[in-house]
Ligand binder design. Structure first.
Ligand code: FAD
Ligand code: SF4
Length: 508
């Protein structure tokens, strides 16, 4: 049987599964085929958490069904060895005159796909899940080498979208309510767990497929909880707005043992695959404030994450890649401790965060930044290796968002582009913002005793190692002054304690 020639192929990759995909929207149903490929090679490029693989492949299979139901002709390749062989089969079968693709989010992936399509007529359409364009960001730079802060960019995005604006002024009289969003968690804080979605037949099939091809990858496929369709992702968003947005702001920086999600939205897996659109979420959050259903500090805090941080890191990535990913301005070279993969450590805070990562492929922002990232920063772990670990272990991990968050925000390896000051902290911060230290065998109050918290000696050792670089940074002057008052024997004890943690193979 001969297959009718269709003039356009719309190639949709796993993180672009939306009816609002701009390449799909530009195509005519009767003359186009949608191409979707599950590439086993791509799934094995890094040791991705099994739940991340299940999420992507299940979203793809559900979306392909939705497309068929909507009348699209879909050419879907299950468990293809790689993109190139499936693409070749597709091109032979359909012989399209033109290929339509929405922009890829990841630098390397974009290069790989374009080299496969070299010599063919290809149209690239702008990404449907970002609000800013290149000029929005570039025009804010006074000079090529200058940097733009997230706050400056965020205000530009508020003006551009009109979200939380009263004419040209910010609603509520201020752009940013971050100071109201740093409360330590009270003992009796009520937490409403995010809605969980049991696996359906398709997801169960995908779980079997992932176990077959990627059985040696970290994480588990049991206790499945993620949405894999837009309908369910919208339910997850509604559940967040109804039951957690109220307290999102106030306790945004808090950490509680056994509570991997707290009041965070758990929507990044859906936003990053295009099941949910960031602007629709911002509008809904704004609406909740206007209806007096949620306080402004929570609503603004949530909106800042989306049209501030998310857009900012996207723009930083595309302005500075590929060089950005290789930055290591603090010359950190230590290898990743095994406990990042096994979760086996006596440090209660790290153990708890890592168990959430191993089970769900998730930790909330403060656990990522002030525990997992902070440890890597002060221990001097290699930025690229740490970046790859984050990329592998998180269900929402993609190069474009991981690189600026890990290499930039968390490890300060970008020389201070994303953050003007390293997010380094001792046990003092963790003790204040969590309930971890009470049940921990380590003592958060001391630094050089046998049972002292490792965060303490590593923190001071980090400041000592980088004293000269940081002395040029105004924002570090207060903490460095504190260091300069310490006696020599204390400094030597700190350095020797930090050295013994390292040489002991991080058996802590
Ligand atoms: C070391 C490190 C690694 C990170 N890796 C990722 C990653 O791989 N993928 C990812 O999407 N985010 C990453 N982030 C950013 C942020 O931690 C996650 O987006 C957030 O924790 C996701 O959970 P949530 O949906 O519950 O977020 P919420 O706290 O509910 O925030 C709402 C939304 O805002 C967006 N957002 C918030 N902060 C950021 C940020 N810094 N950068 C980009 N978007 C942001 C996300 O879309 C998120 O869903 C990382 C942060 C750090 C410090
Ligand atoms: S004492 Fe140190 S290791 Fe233990 S929970 Fe507190 S900060 Fe973490």
């Amino acid at each position: 049987m001969s297959v009718p020639t269709r003039s356009v192929t719309v190639w949709i990759t796993g993180d672009q599964c939306a009816m609002s995909n701009t390449a799909l929207m530009a195509a005519q149903q009767d003359s186009s085929t949608v191409l979707m490929i599950e590439s086993v090679q791509r799934g094995g490029k890094l040791k991705y958490h099994k739940k991340k693989l299940v999420l992507i492949y299940s979203i793809m299979r559900h979306f392909a069904d939705e497309l068929r139901q909507a009348g699209w002709n879909v050419d879907y390749y299950r468990e293809a060895p790689d993109f190139a062989s499936a693409l070749e089969q597709h091109l032979q079968k359909f012989q399209p005159n033109e290929l339509y693709l929405m922009e890829q989010t990841e630098y390397e992936q974009a290069q790989t796909l374009m080299s496969m399509l070299e010599g063919r007529a290809v149209k690239i359409f702008r990404h449907c899940n970002f609000i800013s364009n290149r000029a929005d960001f570039d025009n804010l730079h006074r000079a090529e080498s200058a940097r733009v802060t997230m706050e400056t960019f965020y205000r530009a995005m508020r003006r551009k979208t009109g979200v939380l604006m009263d004419g040209v002024h910010p609603l509520g009289g201020a752009w940013n309510f971050d100071k109201e969003n740093r409360e330590a968690p009270p003992k009796n804080l009520t937490i409403n767990s995010p809605l969980a979605f049991p696996p359906d037949r398709t997801t169960i099939e995908v779980i079997r497929m992932v176990e077959k091809h990627f059985g040696g990858h970290p994480g588990t496929t049991t206790n499945w909880r993620y949405a894999v369709t837009r309908t369910d992702a919208l339910e997850a968003a509604r559940d967040f707005f109804d039951s957690r947005l109220n307290n999102f702001g106030r306790y945004q920086d808090a950490m509680i043992a056994g509570e991997p999600f707290l009041n965070h939205s758990l929507l990044s897996p859906y936003i990053n695959t295009c099941l949910l659109n960031p602007l629709e979420l911002c509008r809904e959050a704004e609406n909740r404030y206007l209806l007096k259903q949620a306080p402004l500090n929570s609503v603004e805090g949530f909106i800042r994450q989306l049209i501030g941080w998310r857009e900012f890191v996207w723009r930083v990535y595309w302005r500075l890649m590929p060089e950005y990913k290789t930055r290591n301005s603090l010359n950190a070279t230590a290898g990743l401790p095994d406990f990042y993969y096994t979760g086996k450590t006596k440090m209660r805070c790290m153990q708890d965060a890592l168990s959430g990562v191993l089970e769900h492929g998730y930790a909330h922002h403060i656990a990522r930044l002030m525990l997992l990232g902070n440890f890597a920063l002060i221990a001097g772990l290699d930025p690229l290796e740490t970046n790859n670990w984050f990329h592998e272990m998180f269900v929402d991990g993609y190069d474009w968002v991981m690189v600026p968050n890990v290499i930039g925000m968390s490890l300060h390896a970008d020389g201070g582009y994303v953050g003007t000051k390293p997010y380094a902290a001792s046990a003092n911060y963790i003790n204040k913002m969590s309930n971890y230290c009470k049940g921990c065998p380590y003592n958060p109050k001391t630094a050089v005793e046998a049972d002292s918290c490792p965060f303490n000696s590593l923190y001071w050792d980090f400041l000592l190692r980088h004293h000269d670089e940081f002395s040029r940074n105004q924002r570090m002057s207060m903490i460095l002054r504190q260091l300069e008052t310490k006696p020599l024997n204390w400094i030597q004890a700190i350095q020797s304690k930090a050295k013994s943690l390292r040489s002991g193979g991080w058996d802590i």
